[in-house]
Design a protein around this ligand. Structure first.
Ligand code: WTA
Length: 509
């Protein structure tokens, strides 16, 4: 068996070298390095440097390996002379007990090399270095997965999150992936955390709906189990409200793990907007997807279809250029694909979601555009009202929908779920109204607050507000397509509760 044996003690078998080479070759190709292009390699003698040379050879690119002790000026000279399109380097090197700032030297060198389109950066040390748009980290993703980690995505493979983050993503990266074949409540609400303890999961990726559900059962189910293996927590599928974010971060992650709110869609194939905590100085703001992923160019659109420039603005979230994971069509119906995603804003992919761009330029997803209501001329996402109400300690979950209102045009109707031990229901309702008034505005206060046992959800855990809207607009006999509904009995429960509420209302008026 052929092996490379490194002076630092590690060794690399031919099979591993081939895997690394192929992965790197694919990454180079993905970022536009083709046959005949020149690539500078500025790395000390390591297995990855060998793989970098072979990766270039594999795709027909020409490598120029520059001794990693050369200055920025010497490196720049070689890059310019050979017309390099890319540089491959490490964040830092270690030589003779000293740290060598390889990436900093490359930054300095490429300042004068406009031909360099990308700098690929591998991790040699744990230190974070400055990265900008041109830089491609070779080993970081959103979840900071490192070799040997156990990645625990608890989504079902029947949904896109399971496709990309249980199957294809981990396999493409040679990672270890957990197959979770159960529910978070069986045999008890400690199921996730028992699994974390038993399998020593390092990254836990789940949905806000499950987090809100578990939060209802209290902290004890989490604290029973050892979660010290966890490094990164991820959330996907819906806007995560602040209370759930804080609970996930503080209780599950012991305020020690990074929590990333990741935004994407079935159509996008993989995460498109998410914090990237592995970069130097990168902050993570609670309940915010924050930063476009590599290759993603978000744009916010106004009602007239114009791009909204600047920060501290909200609009319809579009993506301005294609990227590798984008769906190509709807099988057998190209026209439907064009109509659904490209017609409303020609030249842009329309996500159907609304987003806010903060003063710092970070993105926050505000919910589906069709979940926007217009109360007395004020447009607001139902998620904003829900987020405010979810802060009430007795209320783990809410859903708000609009209904026609004689005076205001539209009014807000809130469905709420209470924690199991809540008794003072009327007080809670009044408190919720005042939270909304103080957090958002008086006009946003729901006219109706109805307590229900459970909310109607899809099997992937998304609240079906469309169904609730039908109920409050008295169209419960025609609920539309409810084949993705998890448990149809819930709808019957809610219709009953609503009818009872209406009867009480008309009796008291
Ligand atoms: C919503 C799931 C807010 C959004 C991967 C999107 C989110 C839809 C987030 C896609 C998030 C997903 N914050 N909303 N972090 N992630 N969504 O196709 O409305 O099942 O358009 O893909 O979920 O759902 P899908």
């Amino acid at each position: 068996m052929v092996e490379y044996i490194c002076s630092r003690g590690s060794s690399l078998r031919l099979r591993e070298l081939l895997d690394t080479t192929c992965r790197l070759a694919n990454t180079l190709k993905k970022y536009g390095i083709h046959k005949g292009d020149r690539v500078a390699i500025y790395m000390p003698v390591t297995p990855l440097a060998v793989a970098a040379m072979l990766a270039c050879a594999r795709i027909g690119a020409i490598h120029t390996v520059v001794f990693a002790g050369f200055s920025a000026e010497s490196l720049a000279g070689r890059i310019i002379d050979s017309g390099c399109k890319a540089v491959i380097t490490y964040n830092q090197g270690v030589r003779g007990g000293r740290v060598v700032e390889l990436k900093k030297t490359v930054d300095e060198a490429v300042k004068n090399c406009p031909g360099v389109k990308h700098v690929f950066v591998a991790q040699r040390t744990d230190n974070k270095v400055h990265m900008d748009d041109r830089d491609i980290p070779l080993e970081e993703h959103v979840f900071d997965y490192q070799q040997g980690d156990v990645f625990g995505c608890v989504a079902d493979i029947g949904w896109i999150t399971g496709h990309s983050y249980v199957v294809y993503g981990p396999l493409c990266n040679g990672g270890t992936s957990v197959l979770f074949e159960s529910t978070p409540l069986y045999p008890d609400p400690g199921r996730y955390w028992e699994t974390v303890q038993r399998l020593k999961i390092n990254q836990f990726y789940g949905a806000p709906t499950a987090i809100r559900l578990l939060l209802k059962y209290g902290d004890k189910w989490v604290k029973t189990y050892d979660r010290s293996s966890l490094k990164t927590l991820g959330s996907v599928g819906e806007p995560i409200n602040h209370e759930a974010w804080q609970w996930f971060y503080r209780v599950v992650g012991d305020s020690r793990c990074t929590l990333v709110d990741t935004w994407w869609q079935t159509e996008t194939g993989g995460v498109c907007i998410a914090p990237r905590p592995s970069e130097e100085g990168a902050e993570v703001i609670p309940a915010m997807a924050m930063r476009p992923f590599f290759g993603i160019v978000p744009a916010l659109m106004d009602e007239n279809g114009k791009v909204i420039e600047g920060n501290d603005v909200s609009g319809a979230l579009c993506i301005a250029q294609p990227w590798p994971g984008l769906a190509r069509t709807i099988y057998g119906d190209d026209q439907r694909f064009i109509d659904a995603y490209f017609k409303k804003y020609p030249g842009y992919y329309f996500t159907g979601d609304g987003a806010y761009r903060s003063p710092e330029g970070y993105y926050q997803i505000t919910g589906r555009m069709d979940d926007v209501i217009n109360i007395s001329g004020h447009r607001l996402g139902t998620a904003e009202i829900e987020d405010a109400m979810d802060e009430h300690p007795a209320v783990p979950e809410t859903a708000v929908v609009g209904y026609p209102h004689e005076i205001k045009g539209e009014g807000a109707f809130a469905f709420i779920v209470l924690k199991e031990d809540t008794v003072q229901t009327e007080n809670v309702k009044e408190e919720l109204k005042s939270i909304v008034a103080s957090k958002i505005a008086k006009y946003a206060v729901p006219d109706h607050v109805l307590v229900v046992k459970r909310l109607p959800k899809t099997r992937s855990g998304k609240i079906m507000r469309r169904v609730l809207k039908k109920i409050v607009t008295n169209q419960s006999s025609d609920l539309g397509d409810i084949t993705t509904l998890d448990d149809p009995i819930i709808v019957a429960e809610i219709v009953d509760a609503y009818e009872k509420y209406k009867t009480e209302q008309s009796a008291s008026s």
